[in-house]
Ligand binder design. Sequence first.
Ligand code: SF4
Length: 308
Amino acid sequence: MKIGIPRALLYYWYGFTWRTFWEEAGAEVVVSGPTERSTVAIGSKAGVDELCLPIKIFLGHVRQIADQADWIMIPHLIKVETGAYLCPKFMGLPDLVYHALPDVRDKVCVVTVGPRNIDMLQSLKGAALMVGIPERQIPKTLDVNNRLPALYELAKSGYPRQSDLQRGRLRIGILGHPYCIYDRCFNLNVFDKLNGLDVDIFTPEMMPGNMLGIGSGRLHKELFWSLGRFQFDALEWMIGKLKVDGFIHLSPFACGPEAIIGDMLERRIKQAGLPILKLLFEEHSGEAGMVTRLEAFIDLIHYRSRVC
Ligand code: SF4
C-alpha cells in the first residue's frame, strides 16, 4: 500500500513523524517533491482566489502526488496543544481538498488531530485502521517532537553553521510559519541569498524545548494560535539568549492570523530596539525586489553596528 504525503503546511513539523508511522505500519510512503513553480500554478488553478498561498501550494502537492499513491494523507489539524488552535484553513483542509480536487476524493485518508483528541499517535492509528492496516501492525509509540524536515531544508542552504563570533558575523532571527520558512519556492530561496551575504541565521525550530511557553507566556493576553505562540517563544529566545542583530519576518499575503501576530511581533522587536524586515509573499512575488531589500537590510545592520 502506498501512502502519499504532501510536502506542505505542517509537513515541516510532523513529516518525519508521519513518515515513520506509516513505514512502521508496513506501508510504502511517497512524499511529494519540493515545491516548484508548477506546483504553485496547479494549486492556484484548483483553489479559489481568496485562499492564502500556502494552502494553494498544499493543493498543488496533493494534485501532483495523487497518481503515485493509493491513499493521500490529509492532515486535519485543529489543535496540536492545549489552549491553542490552528487557523480555520487547517480546520477545513479536508473540505478544501474535496471541493478543489473532487477527482482525488476517493483516495483521501484524513488524519484528524481534533479538539478532543490531540494525540497524534491515536489519530494516525484511526487513519491506519480506516485504510485497512491490521491493528497488530500499527506502531505503539511515536516521536512527535522531531522537526527533522525543517532542519533538512535548512541544511540544503548550508545552515545551521557554527557561529564565528570572532569574525563578527551578523545574527539574523527568522520568524514565520514553518511552511513559509522552509519552503524554498515559497520564499524564493531566501536562505541561499542570506548565505551569500555571510550572515548567521536562527529559526524558531532551532529553539531548545525548555524555551517553549516563555515568550508567549509574557504577553498581556493569551494567544489562541499555536503558530503565533511558537513565534513569540522564539522571539524572546532570539532577543534574550541569542542577542540577534535583527529580524526577518516571512509571511504570506492574505494570512488572517499573521496580520495580527506580525504586528505584535514588530512592536516587540521595536521595543527591543532592533530592526525588522517584513517580506510578504504571494504567487507573483519577484526575486529581484526581494534581493535588493535583503541586501539593503543587511547593509543597514552593518552600518548600525559600526555607528552605535
Ligand atoms: S495561518 Fe495563514 S498562511 Fe497559514 S494556513 Fe492559515 S491563513 Fe494560510
